[in-house]
Design a protein around this ligand. Sequence first.
Ligand SMILES: *Cc1c(COP(=O)(O)O)cnc(C)c1O
Length: 395
Amino acid sequence: MSITPLMPVYPRCGFRPVRGEGAWLISEDGSRALDFAAGIAVNLLGHGHPHLTKAIQDQAATLMHVSNLYGSPQGEAFAQRLVDTTFADTVFFTNSGAEAVECSIKTARAYHQSQGSDRYEIITFKNAFHGRTMATISASNQEKMHKGFLPLLEGFKYVDFDDLEGAKAAIGPKTAAFLVEPIQGEGGVRPASDAFMKGLRALADEHGLMLILDEVQCGVARSGTLYCYEQYGIEPDIMATAKGLGGGFPVGACLATEEAARGMVVGTHGSTYGGNPFAMAACQAVWDVVANDEFLAQVRATGDKLRAALEQFIGNYPDLFTGVRGKGLMLGVTMTHETRAFVAHLRDNHGLLTVAAGDNTFRVLPPLNIDDSHISIFMEKLSAGAASYKMPEAA
Ligand SMILES: *Cc1c(COP(=O)(O)O)cnc(C)c1O
């Protein structure tokens, strides 16, 4: 047999972490890496955070899981906290980002169809990433995710990202919703413009469509506000959140207004694990730390410092780097060529973890509670990495 016990769908590298300490990961062979990938925007309190760790330990000893057939004091309490701190009136808990987007899509369709309308089509944006289920790959135009899995789910129309006129032109009699990442993550840390986000909100209002935001990557304080939509001065009807939500515990949520959720009545949706007491304890602990003005101001200040350091640095290597973009501590550095080899070089030769993304960008996604000392070490490692990097021959 030549297949590996782990289904070989990931190009796994030689770095094999077995322990984490704050912003550091320690591998099987004892080597240490500065983790400015944070599990792809998940470990927002770093590794082994005492408050999160204790909450999970205590809850494991108290009650891990019960069925959603029973009343959920833990789910109600955290849903209330989300309702108090966001646009939403109601919340469905999931175990992942893709499931949170699935629930968002179902909520938008049910909004229309529960009122006897046959609208089902969702307008999405090119180079988006919404997850790996059949519905969420269908929601993205990226053919590399479709190949081998056809037929796709029907009912998605792809328009250029940040193209308001294109979005407007795509609206038809069957259109139910827009689905958009305020900052495209996998697509290359591309923030939507103010005019685009405000424009989508206005178009949705004008045509009776749902505005669904996918804040799976940019949400939970990552962009410098609790959710990124706040910075655009708009509110969605439906929003998917996950990644940072449990700080490493697998949990997501679909948030909606009362109006948007009118089709989601008893028996229409479900999840065995969704929102179990274990997950809720992790979420509460994360929220204890991040959902306050002081922490959010700190994320913005740290983001500004990191961005300024990066902007100054890339000027030394105009043949390698072309710019810095993003918001808060969701930053992307654009390069003159594909970034995978550079990301591998930083990891293998300089003990620095970042994440490659589309559009010749690599992502800088540190834990949100880093301090100046981590920024200094990051910049030292990045400088050493750039100095020793041999650009791949042009293909
Ligand atoms: C990661 C991601 C998802 C999918 O989340 P999973 O937990 O991997 O299912 C969806 N949308 C965006 C924007 C993401 O970054």
